[in-house]
Design a protein around this ligand. Structure first.
Ligand code: 6GU
Length: 233
């Protein structure tokens, strides 16, 4: 799967050359291309932002450089799904990651903004808007990387068989994961649950399923109720 990011900070995406994403890119399963929005800036200063109509503090990203960058990337790659990263977007979660992995075979274009926001007309240029959570980031770059990694690891072959999609948190049942233990059997007086040492794989499976449900019900009751979003007060 191909990812194309439009950003003022393409160098940030070198972070995806490490670990799982690095392996996936070297193996040809995933490609990440960062395109410098500055190249489409206006005038000698390659300006990409301007003061807001109506007054107020901060700068707003102008629509023309973003439109030019989107068009330049799309011209040679017509199948890309265009996603604007914005705190006002649809909340990114594992079901949305699965949806994008399943429906964006033609690749994904991610538009990362900086400053206070985009000119409203930029919204008309994209297919959807995504936020990674209710907190403020100075730009969409880290959000883009979150989306890229979460979607890329759902591409067949990206995870080794050591890693299972079904058993992890938000996996098959959209629950948190059951507790894990490794050696030693006793650590600072804390023992590994006896059942995990029993060798009875039927009982172990049942214990893990019950623990996953119990833990999710305590920590994230809204997931057990099958609802998305925050717990109700
Ligand atoms: Cl997608 N962008 C920015 N700038 N801040 C965010 C975000 C995105 N998602 C959460 N906070």
């Amino acid at each position: 799967m191909d990812f194309h990011v439009i950003t003022l900070f393409p160098e940030m995406f070198a972070a995806l050359d490490a670990a799982l994403m690095g392996r996936a890119q070297k193996g040809g399963l995933v490609a990440v291309h960062a395109h410098n929005l500055r190249e489409h800036g206006l005038g000698n200063y390659r300006q990409v932002d301007d003061t807001p109509y109506g007054g107020g503090s901060g700068m707003v990203m102008r629509p023309e450089p973003i439109a030019a960058a989107i068009d330049a990337v799309a011209a040679t790659r017509p199948g890309l799904t265009k996603i604007l990263l914005t705190p006002q977007g649809e909340r990114f979660d594992q079901p949305l990651a699965r949806e994008l992995a399943a429906t964006c075979a033609g690749g994904i274009m991610l538009i990362a903004g900086r400053y206070e926001g985009f000119d409203e007309r930029v919204r008309e240029l994209v297919d959807r808007e995504v936020s990674i959570g209710d907190y403020v980031l100075s730009g969409g770059e880290l959000a883009a990387m979150v989306v890229i990694e979460a979607v890329a690891r759902l591409v067949p072959g990206v995870l080794g068989n050591a890693e299972s999609l079904d058993e992890e948190s938000f996996g098959a049942g959209n629950l948190l994961e059951y507790p894990h233990y490794t050696r030693p059997e006793e650590f600072r007086g804390m023992r590994v649950p006896e059942i995990l040492l029993s060798g009875d794989h039927g009982k172990i499976r049942a214990w893990r399923a019950a623990e996953a449900l119990r833990r999710t019900a305590r920590r994230r009751p809204e997931l057990v109720a099958g609802r998305r979003g925050k717990p109700e007060p």
